[in-house]
Design a protein around this ligand. Structure first.
Ligand code: PMP
Length: 363
């Protein structure tokens, strides 16, 4: 069978080398004669795995010492509520920047938990010349006392990415679910970073939280212990039984990233992949994209067929040549190619070839 390239937004493709290793280790991990799923999370072998995972992740992201790394349950949305419950006790307020579907969902969840009067939001996307464009607000002019400002640096559904650095008088809480480790960032600029694992890290369900020590002094609301950041720190993310297989696979993805040049090498490749695909969209009148040049996502490339009556045919034919899951999110329509770290350049080239051929045939 020829290669299958999976463009799913998440759960997304994982590096083939990692999947092959996991397959081999499924019935005998670390010479134990059983899989990593079937041993105690408190065994010395599993503890060694978690320690190594953290060391590698810290190196990959250059995480300063005053930050804790947590491996938690609940994916991305789990953190929508966790940040509220952990930081907005004693009538705290927070500001949310809205750039698309996911940051908007984060506002809904936060308001549900503490009420609209505690959550302010600013829409930071406007249509300029028919294209979606982000303008970061000058937060220094806002005379309010917020515990944190929340934003999402890459809107997975809308294909909008914010490359500009946000500056803020309050700690920045960032949803990096679909962009973590796709390019270098300065972790010290953030109060807390979180990411659901299922795009650039590993299986769904797991979320990575990177939190600055002083954030944990903020008053929390009453909440379940397994979602309490302080409890997670105290128990090394093992207050209850963690998702051990997801943690194992994440550790393998971190090792794969480190062995392949780390985040800077990924950033270069990601830039190359995205440029190739946007070049195809821009230079073929058959396709269009509705995002301003400086906010086009390098992870989730959204595009439309000018003649959208051909959408189903496009998707069927793409599947026939092994290009999977290109259908856009149901709220947006059109197409979306998610090209996270694990997507090889060859996958994007195959997609571009297909798009050009499809356009010629249907001209
Ligand atoms: N934030 C972003 C940016 C996402 O892309 C997603 C999932 N696609 C989520 C949050 C929610 O993640 P989960 O489904 O793991 O709760």
């Amino acid at each position: 069978m020829s290669a299958i390239y999976n463009f799913c937004a998440g759960p997304a493709m994982l590096p083939q080398a990692v999947m092959q290793k996991a397959q081999q280790e499924l019935i005998d991990w670390n010479g134990l004669g059983v899989s990593v799923m079937e041993i105690s999370h408190r065994s010395k072998e599993f503890i060694a795995l978690t320690e190594q995972a953290e060391v590698t992740l810290r190196k990959l992201m250059n995480i300063p010492k005053n930050y804790h790394v947590l491996f938690m349950h609940g994916g991305g949305r789990g953190q929508f509520s966790n940040v509220v419950n952990n930081f907005l006790g004693d009538n705290g307020r927070a500001l949310y920047l809205v750039s698309g579907q996911w940051s908007s969902s984060a506002v809904t969840e936060a308001q549900k938990l503490v009420g609209e009067q505690h959550i302010d939001s600013i829409n930071i996307v406007e249509q300029i010349n028919g294209l979606n464009q982000v303008t970061l607000p000058d937060l220094s002019t806002i005379k309010k006392d917020y515990r944190y400002v929340h934003y999402c640096s890459n809107e997975t559904v809308d294909g909008i990415e914010i490359f500009e650095e946000l500056t803020s008088p309050w700690p920045i809480v960032a949803d990096l679910s679909s962009t973590i480790m796709s390019h270098e960032i300065d972790v010290s600029k953030y109060g807390l970073i979180y990411a659901g694992a299922q795009k650039n890290i590993g299986p769904s369900g797991l979320s990575i939280v990177i939190v600055r020590d002083d954030m944990l002094k903020l008053p929390s609301l009453p909440q379940s212990s397994i979602m309490d950041y302080r409890v997670a720190v105290e128990y090394g993310s093992m207050f209850n039984t963690p998702p051990t297989f997801a943690w194992y696979l994440a550790s393998e993805v971190f090792a794969w990233l480190a062995a392949n040049g780390g985040v800077s090498a990924m950033a270069q490749l990601n830039q190359q992949k995205a440029a190739l695909l946007y070049h195809c969209i821009d230079n073929n009148p058959f396709y269009k994209n509705g995002v301003a040049l400086n906010n086009r996502s390098r992870m989730n490339v959204t595009f439309q067929l000018v003649n959208d009556a051909l959408n189903s045919e496009f998707l069927v034919q793409a599947e026939q040549v092994g290009l999977m899951a290109l259908k856009g999110h149901r709220n947006v329509g059109g197409m979306r190619a998610s090209i996270y770290n694990a997507m090889p350049l060859a996958g994007v080239k195959a997609l571009v070839d297909f798009m050009n051929n499809f356009a010629v045939k249907h001209h």
